[in-house]
Design a protein around this ligand. Structure first.
Ligand SMILES: Nc1ncnc2c1ncn2[C@@H]1O[C@H](COP(=O)(O)OP(=O)(O)OP(=O)(O)O)[C@@H](O)[C@H]1O
Length: 320
């Protein structure tokens, strides 16, 4: 059995504070299993990027390191941890693990990890080898921002919903009472009425498609966004493909029809839905639209973004 040590990055705010409540139990399980670890607490939004970056900087870039960075929180915490880890390229990247105790936990769903944290913890601590999985990479040339994502990069509807829900005080209350999805539903209706279609250009290989009335533009690495919504049901984190879904603004009845088809995983064949599979895509949006990365807000902005694929070592075993 390989003996690894974990550098744990804990976001006590994940799951609207659920992570803080659960931590003593998680710690107990780690101690019972005699797991060796060092704990770092995320003190503010984006702190986990700095923590993992600093951790990587002080660890020599040599083979046979036995450290794993374990993000304890939601998709946002994993997003920050892996972005810190990938800031400086390494010959021997430090594997990343994840304990899903956020609100959406889409990466855990997409990767086939257990959603019950006790089981997910076993999948991490009993894992004996790192496995390379796909992650997305992006290079946004207007604001000159680049990084990686484990789940998706979205422009338009999904991103506007996240932004709206994050501003809503009701979200915290609903999350606490395990009804977080309701806050997204309320925001979705609000955004639907307020968001107009926008112009999008998609470049894939030699193909160039222009959509004058784009509404939802999501590039995803696995099926899920928005806390378990299966936007590309057949995507997997080891298919070496990016999956791009473009939906043109539907009227209200069409929206309801699409939602129904989505529930039955039949939406990708709808006329209003355009689906691409590729190893890289280039998207341009010459209007101010919201963006989201793994459920984190990118803000309102123009987009000229190159999206690609990379591989990164993960430390969990879904067969456990
Ligand atoms: N100390 C902190 N204070 C306030 N916010 C923090 C702190 N540490 C991290 N954050 C922020 O908390 C936010 C939510 O984290 P995260 O996404 O992990 O949980 P979640 O939103 O509940 O889960 P999910 O993304 O899976 O729905 C992130 O945007 C992160 O930047």
């Amino acid at each position: 059995m390989v003996s690894v040590q974990f550098y744990i990055i804990l976001n006590e705010h994940a799951g609207s504070g659920r992570a803080k409540v659960l931590w003593p139990e998680i710690k107990q399980q780690l101690d019972d299993a005699q797991v060796s670890y060092q704990l770092a607490i995320s003190e503010y939004a984006n702190h986990a990027i700095l923590l993992s970056e600093q951790f990587a900087k002080q660890l020599p870039d040599e083979p046979h390191q036995n450290w794993v960075v374990l993000a304890v929180g939601g998709d946002g915490t994993l997003h920050e941890a892996i972005n810190g880890l990938t800031k400086q390229p390494r010959t021997y990247p430090i594997p990343v693990a994840y304990l899903p105790i956020g609100s959406g936990n889409d990466f855990a769903r997409g990767a086939g990890m257990a959603l019950k944290w006790q089981d997910a913890l076993k999948q991490v601590v009993q894992c004996t080898h790192a496995t390379d999985y796909d992650i997305g990479s992006y290079d946004e040339t207007i604001k000159q921002e680049r990084g990686v994502f484990t789940n998706n990069l979205g422009i338009g509807f999904d991103a506007a919903i996240i932004s709206q829900a994050n501003q809503s005080k009701a979200k915290v209350w609903l999350n606490k009472h395990h009804m977080g999805k309701l806050s997204y539903l309320a925001s979705a209706l609000d955004v639907y009425y307020n968001q107009t279609g926008f112009t999008l250009t998609v470049h894939v290989g030699n193909q160039r498609d222009i959509y004058p009335n784009a509404f939802l533009v999501t590039t995803t690495n696995h099926p899920y966004f928005g806390g378990g919504v299966g936007i590309v049901p057949d995507a997997t984190i080891d298919d070496h493909q990016l999956h791009l879904v473009v939906i043109e603004k539907p009227n209200f009845f069409k929206l309801m029809w699409l939602a129904l088809r989505l529930a039955f995983k039949r939406h990708l064949t709808s006329k209003a839905v355009h689906y691409y599979q590729a190893s890289s895509v280039h998207l341009t949006v010459p209007a101010i639209e919201y963006g989201q990365l793994d459920g984190e807000e990118m803000g309102g902005r123009f987009f000229d973004v190159y999206v690609g694929l990379k591989q990164y070592p993960f430390w969990f075993d879904t067969t456990i």
